[in-house]
Design a protein around this ligand. Structure first.
Ligand code: DOR
Length: 441
């Protein structure tokens, strides 16, 4: 099966230019095809941009164990709609993904239910270093250095040292310092105001834990990816002039929401790490533009609206985002805050490089045909009713964004088509297991 996509402005690795792209089966066959090349299907993409599919390296899709909140079927429809063609999922499901057996089980379930490509981290516990050492079919190790949703936690120094010393897979971590959070909790005990969350999980908690993890990575010369950087202090103290072992990411909610938004959005923006201040939003954006933060990922962490509406402190932390993250950034392009090439670097190319995804993240001959057509002039308002995520709400509901994905292909198969009426999705689970260049040795 050959598909010719012509007349689009194509975001290629070195430049953006009009070009015809020819796909054969699951691969990109030509990036400079003739407009009249023979194909089974021809797509006229005039006025649209063609980009590589988004690689989201931090999502919580809740299957197994928490499927009343989300599942792979709904989550990957949301991905397809949002232009996310590959995801890497976190281990705080039930049971936790902390053994090869659980990892293989997740991969097996995913092969029957995912519209987009899938990969799963293995989670660290204080005692599973042997599992971490020999893990296969995974991008890397996730450590909760601070606790969040679920019961995964490794905060003893000796256990952390052992993981950094004895394993070879890349490591990423949730960095919020447990003892700082616990002592803040005591200070604010009894508060029912949700903005207290940002005082409990404060700047200090994030900074202390991020510094600690980076020190371990440097000492053991181990690749470490800082998940969801939330403060300007982490950028200044840890990421400017960082070593070759460190990469970092920021999430849309830490770029676009801050303390003042609790008044409007309440517990919908209760997240770990918490949202911080306007100055942090600004510093994080600057760090992205200057290359001190490498990528954007969502930390898509759905909970039902009933759970989120519980009074503080019982409302859980987390919000859904895979469906809107690319549109949020395309809107930034529209506003002149960044370029489409930068968005592709942050959301497609660099995440694929950091986690060593084979043949993904670029529009290049021989790469997988994970592609997204974007209409930069399509204006739409985010609405809860149209969300594909099982939890059916978005903290961005009501926001009008300019620039949306309109067609998504995964391994050469169309999985999503925007229409004025109902969006169309592929029926069968066409997503494939992601292959990684680096495995545990
Ligand atoms: O707010 C969060 N929720 N942060 C995390 O790191 C985990 C996530 C979840 O799984 O709910």
């Amino acid at each position: 099966m050959k598909i010719l996509i012509k007349n689009a402005k194509v975001v290629l690795p070195e430049q953006v230019r009009e070009s015809a792209i020819l796909i054969e089966d699951s691969k990109i066959l030509d990036v400079d095809a003739s407009d009249s090349a023979s194909a089974d299907e021809v797509v006229d993409a005039s006025g649209q941009w063609l980009i590589p599919g988004v690689v989201d390296d931090q999502v919580h899709f809740r299957e197994p164990g928490l499927t009343h909140k989300e599942d792979l079927h709904h989550a990957t429809r949301a991905c397809a709609k949002g232009g996310v063609t590959s995801f890497l999922e976190m281990p705080n499901t039930i049971p936790n993904t902390v053994t090869q057996t659980e990892l293989d089980r997740k991969l097996e379930t995913a092969s029957k239910s995912c519209l987009v490509n899938y990969g799963f981290y293995i989670g660290a516990t204080p005692s599973n270093v042997d599992d971490l050492k020999h893990a296969k079919r995974t991008p890397g190790i996730k450590i909760f250095i601070g606790s969040s949703t679920g019961n995964l936690l490794v905060d003893e120094q000796s256990a952390l040292e052992k993981i950094f010393r004895e394993t070879t897979l890349s490591i990423c971590a949730h960095c919020e310092d447990e003892s700082t959070v616990r002592s803040n909790l005591k200070k604010h005990a009894g508060s029912t105001d949700v903005s207290t969350h940002s005082l409990v999980r404060d700047h200090e908690a994030a900074l202390v834990a991020t510094k600690r993890a980076i020190a371990l990575a440097n000492e053991y010369q181990h690749h470490f990816h800082v998940l969801h950087v939330s403060t300007g202090q982490e950028v200044d103290a840890c990421l400017v002039n960082r070593s070759q072992y460190i990469t970092a990411e920021v999430c849309p909610h830490h770029l676009f929401f801050n303390f003042d938004d609790y008044e409007r959005l309440g517990s919908l923006i209760k997240m770990n790490p918490s949202v911080k201040y306007f100055e942090d939003n600004q510093r994080l954006w600057q760090a992205l533009l200057e290359g001190d933060i490498d990528i954007i990922a969502t930390d898509h962490a759905p909970h039902t609206i009933e759970e989120k509406k519980l009074p503080y402190p019982d409302c859980p932390s987390g919000l859904p985002a895979v469906e809107n993250s690319l549109a949020l950034l395309l809107n930034q392009v529209h506003q002149g805050e960044c370029s489409i090439q930068q968005v592709v670097q942050w959301m497609c190319t660099r995440p694929a490089e950091i986690w060593k995804l084979k043949n993904k993240g670029k529009i290049a001959v021989g790469y997988d045909a994970d592609l997204v057509l974007v209409d930069p002039n399509l204006k739409q308002t985010v609405s809860n009713e149209t969300q594909q995520t099982k939890c059916q709400w978005s903290p961005w509901a009501g926001e009008e964004l300019m620039g949306w994905p309109v067609t998504t292909w995964v391994m050469g198969q169309k999985v999503y088509q925007w229409t004025e009426q109902e969006p169309q999705f592929a029926e069968s689970p066409v997503g494939c297991e992601i292959e990684f260049e680096k495995t545990a040795s």
